[in-house]
Design a protein around this ligand. Structure first.
Ligand SMILES: [Zn+2]
Ligand SMILES: [Zn+2]
Length: 372
């Protein structure tokens, strides 16, 4: 199937602003919400996914650039599995704004594919908060989650000694016939066998550990690799780390939603970092070499003389790493001139002398200006 042009999907012009794109997405998202749409649910889900993919790309400056330059081929590498999945969607916040918390239930079901998979273990979702430093370097985290895991005793088969036989309830066909009604109105319905869940294979004897279910509830430890540059709202998929399925069924996946704690020094905006840095009046007036902290050490900056408060310096490449790119964002430093809280007598005397000189200077400038 050829993919439609993202601009066409959202019905916006190639030159559309991020705001226009957001508005278009909002409108379409409401139109295709699986609970309120007039469309067939399956169609609505596909449309909703399509507009969300287009939004994911066009609302992001870098992805949009790649798309504008190389088309779909250019952005597919930006998605975890080489094509857009809900786990790539980074605008959950926008969905919350559009639908409110109450309207999110079916969307999250969709996002995590609970309805798309008829067999196999359930997908799971975990929230994980990390620090900005951890987001900067990347971090390995061990998370503890209670879940159904494959029974180790029977290796998930549910059978004692691992012996699986033809299901005695259905004779291995996976189907059972049930007669319903009575007399002339009797009819036979065919249903999947409940014992073997339609597989036709069942444990010879039930595993005593899991009573034939093939899975056991326990506390599991899962190591999650969080890549450097991860942004808040990023969803990491750990395939197969969700709940165990029944005998012969695949495990679900685990989705870890990353949140990054606010930092006292740096504010983050995508890959760029913003900070304020205090300097003394003397440093600002005379100029000075100052050391600015960065997330991986420090940077030397030469403050020119007569630097005003709120002047912003850009430290190129001192920001956050960019996920899936080799580059880094920038760090912006806003200079704040600090008035000393305590002065000794000598400092006071000097400042008084300075004030007198400054006043003379000002009155001279005043006369000079009047004369002009
Ligand atoms: Zn059966
Ligand atoms: Zn077992």
């Amino acid at each position: 199937m050829t993919k439609r042009d993202y601009y066409e999907v959202l019905g916006v012009a190639k030159t559309a602003s991020v705001d226009d794109i957001k508005k278009a997405y909002r409108k379409l998202a409401m139109q295709y919400h699986p609970d309120v749409t007039k469309e067939d649910r399956k169609v609505a889900e596909e449309k909703f996914k399509e507009v969300s993919e287009a939004y994911e790309v066009l609302a992001d400056e870098k992805k949009r650039q790649l798309y504008d330059q190389y088309g779909h081929a250019g952005v597919n590498s930006q998605f975890q599995d080489g094509s857009f999945n809900w786990s790539d969607f980074s605008h959950q916040g926008d969905l919350r704004d559009i639908f409110g918390d109450g309207g999110l239930g079916s969307i999250f079901d969709m996002l995590f594919g609970r309805q798309q998979r008829s067999s196999g273990g359930r997908d799971m979702r975990m929230d994980l908060q990390i620090t900005l430093e951890e987001a900067f370097r990347g971090v390995k985290r061990r998370i503890t989650v209670p879940k159904f895991d494959k029974c180790a005793k029977c290796n998930g088969t549910g059978a004692k000694d691992g012996k699986v036989v033809s299901c005695p309830d259905c004779g291995g066909t996976g189907q059972v016939r049930m007669a319903q009604g009575r007399g002339f109105s009797q009819f036979i319905s065919v249903m999947p066998c409940r014992r073997c869940r339609g597989t036709g294979r069942a444990p010879g004897n039930n595993c005593p550990e899991c009573e034939g279910r093939g899975k056991i509830q326990r506390t599991s430890h899962i190591d999650v690799d969080i890549p450097a540059g991860v942004e808040p709202g990023t969803r990491l998929r750990v395939p197969g780390a969700g709940e165990a399925g029944g005998p012969g069924e695949p495990n679900g996946d685990l989705y870890v939603a990353i949140d990054v704690k606010p930092h006292n020094t740096w504010k983050r905006e995508g890959a760029d970092l913003y900070m304020e840095f205090p300097v003394t009046f003397a440093q600002a007036a005379l100029g000075a070499d100052i050391e600015i902290p960065t997330l991986d050490g420090k940077a030397n900056v030469t403050l020119p003389s007569s630097t005003q408060s709120d002047t912003v310096f850009r430290l190129k490449g001192s920001g956050m790493p960019i996920l899936n790119y080799s580059g880094r964002g920038d760090q912006y430093v806003k200079v704040k001139i600090k008035v000393p809280e305590k002065l000794n007598q000598e400092q006071k005397d000097l400042l008084k002398r300075f004030a007198v000189l400054e006043a003379e200077d000002r009155s001279f400038m005043g006369k000079f200006k009047k004369r002009k």
